[in-house]
Design a protein around this ligand. Structure first.
Ligand code: KDG
Ligand code: MG
Length: 403
């Protein structure tokens, strides 16, 4: 059996912070896992180094499910983003090792390909509707079949999803949280116009998506969903903060716009009611933040029973290791919906050489064995950790709002 002989955490910041776990085995095979938790990176690094790694040494690297259960049940303190990102990193690295030993790309071990590639959506955005649609046209010309639209809101000084750089978007932008202004009224007045103009300019052959980023109440979300219905969006994402799963009943009662949620979920318990009651259409939980491939497969199987498809989170704060893991997973499950794809910078790609590639609106994980991604430690060492926070949002009266 391949014994785990060593494991260590590598923190690197090629433009943004990433936390990577590297596990080595007695067979000389190593595996990598992403453990990045945007704005709280060092908490996961410590959880792994100080608490998880000592328990891994000497274990059989092939016992992925048992190690998952050992780390989940054995901690006594369950769930939460720090714990589940740490477990996810171990899980990804062990799947990488198993597939390398088997001599197969990981998706083959997960049941083989269910599709020829993974449809991805890109992020078009701009300060104005016109600018957003110009940017969307660029994505369409590059072959994207699905595009997320986010536009500035008149009267607000910058909103979620609108970047200065049209090619890369990085919200964790400062050593202390920056503050932005929010007005639900102004946002609800402007968002439907974006989609009306988008259908006029881009036509009806593209899938158009939108992220509300947890900003509305259920009844406000019901109204927005209704207003967007004529333009047939692919989904309305994170319409409300989702701690209270029952609140999605209200949104559902008011609109047929498909609903997506779950990028901050850590386990199946965060979405059990949403799926069971068919209150959503797409579950966005992802490999690194929802306990790894092992746990995400359980969520996807449960979702499949309830007509819910996947739409894994794929922002830049998920490293290329997580992206590779997501692509193997996406390729192998029957109820895949779409995969988010925000391109990483060249510096990030140099730290994480990978086999996945984009063509014709789809990503494919490639045929390299394992996850098909690695960390170049010499490159990583060139980019030391830099503290960076996500912004916060305040309403016009100064009170805190969900960012
Ligand atoms: O770290 C936070 C980002 O990952 C998040 O704000 C991005 O909402 C997001 C998305 O849909 O990509
Ligand atoms: Mg989102």
């Amino acid at each position: 059996m391949p014994k785990i002989t060593a494991a260590r955490v590598i923190v690197t910041s090629p433009g943004r912070n990433f936390v990577t776990l590297k596990i080595e085995t007695s067979d000389g095979v190593h595996g990598v896992g992403d453990a990045t938790l945007n704005g709280r990176e060092l908490a996961v690094a410590s959880y792994l180094t100080d608490h998880v790694i000592p328990c891994l040494i000497g274990r059989d690297a092939h016992q992925i499910e048992d190690i998952w259960q050992y780390l989940y049940k054995g901690a006594y303190w369950r769930r939460g983003p720090v714990t589940m990102a740490a477990i996810a990193a171990v899980d990804m690295a062990l799947w990488d090792i198993k597939a390398k030993i088997a001599g197969l790309p990981l998706y083959q071990l997960l049941g083989g390909a269910c599709r020829t590639g993974v449809m991805v959506y890109g992020h078009a955005n701009g300060a104005t509707i016109e600018e957003t649609l110009e940017n969307a046209a660029v994505y369409a010309s590059q072959g994207y079949k699905a595009i997320r639209l986010q536009s500035g809101v008149p009267g607000l000084n910058g909103v979620y999803g609108v970047s200065k750089d049209k090619f890369f978007y990085e919200p964790a932008d400062s050593h202390l949280p920056t503050e932005s202004l929010w007005s639900t009224e102004k946002y609800l007045r402007s968002a439907p116009g974006l989609f009306e103009a988008a259908r006029d300019k881009l036509g009806w052959d593209l899938h158009l998506l939108h992220d509300v980023h947890h900003r509305l109440t259920p009844i406000e979300a019901g109204r927005l969903g209704k207003d967007l219905e004529p333009y047939r969006p692919f989904w309305m994402e994170d319409a409300v903060p989702a701690e209270n799963q029952a609140s999605f009943r209200i949104i559902r009662q008011h609109t047929t716009t498909p609903l997506a949620v779950g990028e901050i979920f850590n386990s199946i318990w965060d979405c059990k009611q949403l799926i069971e009651e068919q209150l959503i259409d797409y579950i966005r939980a992802t490999v690194v933040h929802a306990g790894g491939i092992t746990h995400l497969r359980k969520i996807a199987s449960f979702a499949d029973l309830h007509h819910v498809r996947t739409g894994c989170h794929g922002a830049t704060d998920l490293s290329p290791i997580c992206m590779a893991a997501a692509l193997h997973f996406d390729l192998s499950i029957p109820n895949f919906g779409v995969q988010e794809y925000m391109r990483h910078t060249e510096a990030t790609d140099a730290v994480f050489p990978h086999a996945y590639s984009f063509a014709d609106g789809m990503l494919h994980p490639g045929e390299a064995i394992g996850l098909g991604v690695d960390i170049d430690e010499a490159q990583a060492a060139k980019h030391p950790y830099k503290r960076a926070y996500l912004p916060i949002a305040r309403r016009e009266d100064g009170s805190m709002h969900d960012w």
